[in-house]
Design a protein around this ligand. Structure first.
Ligand code: MN
Length: 129
């Protein structure tokens, strides 16, 4: 079964690139352009991983991650923060908010899917359903 990734990203180009790379590797991709829709989708659909842009309109990625982590049903789902901020402490802030990993933009097309798959294989959810 194709791993299903929820991509919460407001930038069209980033969304296009990430989707292109993931679908090419056989992933299924669900999209949300902002946090609330993303949370709603995460709760409604069974997703295997969340890719979360930190700079979102309204609710930022940290707030989205914290909210996702409040829901029991989503406990084991890896959340990977994606940010273009090259700021010290950004990584720590993502992890503190409940993210499992952190990727910097621009994403590297050669390593992007492998970077993400690493979190899928360690989560062990692929064997559940
Ligand atoms: Mn953004």
């Amino acid at each position: 079964m194709a791993p299903r990734v929820l991509l919460i990203e407001d930038n069209e180009q980033n969304r296009y690139m990430a989707t292109f790379l993931l679908e090419k590797s056989g992933f299924e991709v669900l999209h949300a352009w902002e946090g609330l829709t993303g949370i709603e989708l995460a709760l409604r659909e069974q997703v295997d991983l969340v890719l979360l842009d930190i700079q979102l309109p309204g609710m930022d990625g940290y707030a989205v991650a914290r909210e996702l982590r409040r829901h029991r049903g989503l406990e084991g789902i890896p959340i990977i923060a994606v940010t273009s901020y090259a700021m010290v402490g950004d990584r720590e802030k993502s992890l503190e908010a409940g993210c499992d990993g952190y990727l910097e933009k621009p994403i590297n097309p050669h390593t992007f899917v492998a970077d993400i798959s690493r979190f899928l294989s360690t989560s062990g959810r692929g064997e559940e359903s």
